[in-house]
Write a protein that binds this ligand. Structure first.
Ligand code: SAM
Length: 444
C-alpha cells in the first residue's frame, strides 16, 4: 500500500468521531486542536445517515458492526474515514507526529509498524529541540520580507542557508529570541554577501557513529566539505545533498595538495560567503595540522569554529579493549608520532617517561620503531598494533616489542594503524573475545 501524504486544513470543518473509549477521546481532542468542528457519537447511538455532511470521520468505536456500517456509509458518501486498527477500512491513516509548531513532522510506516513509528518519533523529538518551533516562525517572517522585496530565488536560497548555518537557533535556545530575530534580519538584509565560516571538524577514527552531534549538523548544512584521505564514505554520506565535496587528502606516494593551497581554498570559500567544513580524521588538533589551519584562518580574518573529534590515539586502543590508564597499571599516557626528524629520540624518551605510549603513523617503519622502543624499555614490554580501528575491517595483534612488527606483518595489518606500548596491553581482556579479528602473540 502506498499513501499520498497531506496535511489537512480542518479549521471549522464538520468532523465526526464514533465511540466513547480512550481512542475516541484522544482523536476528538486532536481534531479539536486542529480547529475542527467535532461531533462525538457514542457507538450505540450511531445510525446510518449520521455521517451526512461530515468532511472526515474517525470510527474509534471498536465495535465490528459499527465499523462495518460506518465504513459503508462513508464510502458511499465519499467521506474520508479512518476505522481505528482496521487498515482495510481506512481512507487515511494518522501518522506519528513531532510538534514544533508551526513545524510539524509526520512519520508513517504505512501501517507496518506503529512501534517503529513511535521509536522514530522519539529520536526526532530528541534531535529537534524546542527552539525549532520559534526558529521556523522566524524563518517564515524573513521569507515574507525577502519575497516582498522581490529578492531573486537563488539569492533567497543562500540567505536561508546562511540563517540555518548561523547562531540564530542557538540564540533562541539560550532564551534570546530578539537577538535571534536581529541576526536573521541582518543576514536577510546583507543579501547573499558577507563572510562565510569555516568549521574545523573532527570526524573520529572511522565509524560514522563516532562523529559528534555537532559534526553531523555542520556536515548536513555545509555548502563545501574539504576532507582528508582517511574519511570513510559512510561519513561523507552525512553531507547534505547540495554540499560540494572536495578531497584534499594527503596520500603517501601520490601528488597531493599543498597545505598552503588547502588553506588558501578555505579562505577563498569563506570569503565568498559559504559555510565550509574542513573535515579531518580523529581530532583536528592531534597530528592533524588543525592548529596551523586555525592560525592561518584567524590571521586572514575568517570566522572559525573548532569541533573536537574522537582521536584514534585513544579510540584505537579502546576499540581493542585496551584501557590506556588502567588503574593500578598505568597512570600516564603519551601520544606521539613515528614520523619526522628526531622521532626515534623522542620515542625513546617518551617510552621511558610514560607508563603507556601511543604511537601514531607507525606502520611504514614499525620494525625500526619497535627495535628502538625495545632498546629503551626492554624487548618483552607488551605492545599492540590496531589497524582500521572502529571500522568493520578492524584488526589487531599483540605481543612483546621484539615480535610485534613480525606479528603485524603476518596479520597483514595495513594503514591506518596505531601502536600501543605498555603493561596495559597485557592487562586488557583477551583481545580474541572482542568482535573484530585479533591475534594474541603472548608476552612470554
Ligand atoms: C595523520 S594522523 C591523524 C590523527 C588524527 N588527527 C586523530 O586524532 O586520530 C593519522 C594516524 O592516525 C592513526 N589512525 C587514524 N585512524 C585510525 C584507525 N581507524 N585505526 C587505527 N589508527 C588510526 C594512524 O596511526 C594514522 O597513521
Amino acid at each position: 500500500m502506498r499513501y499520498y501524504p497531506v496535511f489537512l486544513d480542518l479549521a471549522g470543518q464538520p468532523c465526526i468521531v464514533l465511540g466513547e473509549g480512550k481512542f475516541a477521546i484522544e482523536k476528538a481532542a486532536s481534531l479539536r486542536e486542529a480547529g475542527a468542528d467535532v461531533r462525538v457519537i457514542a457507538s450505540r447511538e450511531y445510525r446510518t445517515g449520521d455521517l451526512a455532511g461530515a468532511r472526515l470521520v474517525v470510527d474509534a468505536s471498536e465495535d465490528p458492526e459499527v465499523n462495518r456500517r460506518s465504513w459503508q456509509e462513508a464510502e458511499e458518501a465519499g467521506i474520508l474515514i479512518n476505522v481505528v486498527d482496521r487498515p482495510a477500512q481506512c481512507r487515511f491513516i494518522a501518522p506519528a507526529i513531532v510538534r514544533r509548531d508551526p513545524l510539524l513532522v509526520a512519520i508513517s510506516t504505512s501501517g507496518e509498524s506503529p512501534f517503529l513509528a513511535s521509536a522514530l518519533r522519539a529520536r526526532i523529538e530528541r534531535w529537534l529541540g524546542r527552539e525549532w518551533g520559534p526558529f521556523t516562525a522566524l524563518v517564515g517572517n524573513v521569507r515574507r520580507q525577502v519575497r516582498e522585496r522581490g529578492v531573486p530565488i537563488a539569492q533567497q536560497t543562500r540567505i536561508f542557508r546562511r540563517i540555518v548555518n548561523s547562531e540564530t537557533r542557538s540564540l533562541i535556545r539560550l532564551g534570546r529570541p530578539d537577538d535571534a530575530a536581529h541576526l536573521a534580519v541582518a543576514i536577510a538584509q546583507s543579501g547573499a554577501g558577507g563572510t562565510g565560516r569555516v568549521a574545523l571538524v573532527g570526524a573520529g577514527p572511522g565509524d560514522p557513529d563516532l562523529l559528534t552531534f555537532k559534526a553531523r549538523e555542520l556536515l548536513a548544512d555545509a555548502d563545501y566539505v574539504l576532507h582528508d584521505a582517511l574519511i570513510a564514505p559512510e561519513t561523507l554520506a552525512l553531507c547534505g545533498p547540495d554540499a560540494r565535496i572536495e578531497d584534499v587528502g594527503k596520500r603517501a606516494g601520490l601528488e597531493s595538495p599543498r597545505q598552503e593551497d588547502i588553506t588558501a581554498r578555505l579562505i577563498e570559500l569563506a570569503r565568498a560567503g559559504w559555510a565550509v567544513v574542513r573535515l579531518k580524521g580523529g581530532d583536528p588538533f592531534v597530528f592533524g595540522r588543525g592548529g596551523e589551519e586555525l592560525a592561518d584562518l584567524v590571521k586572514a580574518g575568517v570566522e572559525v569554529v573548532v569541533v573536537p573529534g574522537v582521536t584514534a590515539a585513544l579510540a584505537a586502543p579502546a576499540a581493542a579493549g585496551i584501557s590506556v590508564t588502567m588503574r593500578g597499571v598505568a597512570s600516564s599516557v603519551a601520544i606521539t608520532s613515528a614520523q619526522g626528524s628526531r622521532s626515534m629520540d623522542r620515542l625513546r624518551a617518551l617510552a621511558l617517561a610514560s607508563d603507556t605510549l601511543v604511537v601514531l603513523m607507525p606502520r611504514s617503519n614499525l620494525a625500526e620503531v619497535a627495535a628502538v622502543l625495545a632498546g629503551a624499555v626492554g624487548a618483552s614490554r607488551p605492545a599492540a598494533v590496531i589497524g582500521s580501528a572502529t571500522l568493520p575491517s578492524q584488526q589487531s595483534v599483540s605481543g612483546p616489542l621484539d615480535r610485534i612488527a613480525r606479528l603485524a606483518d603476518q596479520a597483514a595489518i595495513e594503514t591506518p594503524a596505531t601502536l600501543v606500548v605498555g603493561d596495559v596491553v597485557a592487562a586488557a581482556p583477551a583481545l580474541a573475545v572482542l568482535p573484530n579479528s585479533s591475534v594474541d602473540g603472548g608476552f612470554v
